[in-house]
Design a protein around this ligand. Sequence first.
Ligand code: OOG
Ligand code: MG
Length: 266
Amino acid sequence: MSGNILLAEADVAGLAERLDRAQRERTEIDRLTAEYPDLTVDQSYAIQLALIQLRERRGDPVVAMKAGLTSKAKQVAMGVHEAIYGHICESMVLEEGEPLVTRELIHPRAEPEVAFILGADLRGPGVTVGQVLEATQELAPAIEVIDSRYRNFDFGLADVIADNASSARVVLSNQRVSPAGIDLRLMGMVFEKNGEIMETGAGAAVLGNPAYAVAWLANKLAERGSYLRAGGFVMPGALSNAHAAAPGDEIRVSFDRMGTLVLRCV
Ligand code: OOG
Ligand code: MG
């Protein structure tokens, strides 16, 4: 099969259901490209959209968008060297202070991010860093919990896109700051687990500037007529590698000028 032959609609729906079931039943599956080696990026986004529509039909609306694999650290760790995006549904969002229930997930990992809370829509194409900063009402320290539905997080580009970019949980700090006067490239970050420093970093780790990752996402969504909505938030991608989250763990992310967010795992 040539890579640009469209996957039958039945296949798209079937693969979305396979990924959805893996998530609901917390069972790892083999990467889709083991079976469909020619799966393209476009086909994978079609599977991701079908997967999100399944969740929406169950009453779980999309509340935010994320970019992923936007830092060198993550690209090297996962062996995928391109940025991707995914959807965050309502059921994935934890309140600050709410514990992460690890048994709801397969093999969760936590990673440090800075969330952008939008006060205005961002509609590509042509969205710039300046426009992102203008549309951003507030920034917040955030932790994303990823949970690939694939065995051992073993995936290629097409696989991870179909799996909604490994999205599982996200938590934002209630401490918010305006981006005015902050050089996001230089914003220092410390990521700790159980009191041990796991990672350090700066905003520039994310595509040179996390605001650039938000612009990239807005422009990417424009290709399918979609956009980033006012009132929602955006996760621009982890500054560093992710770390396993197990019961009893305390994950802590601190950002210069923004404060600290703690996630307890049970
Ligand atoms: C894919 C999701 C990547 C990020 O922030 O880079 C991501 C994965 O690592 O499983 O969310
Ligand atoms: Mg992430």
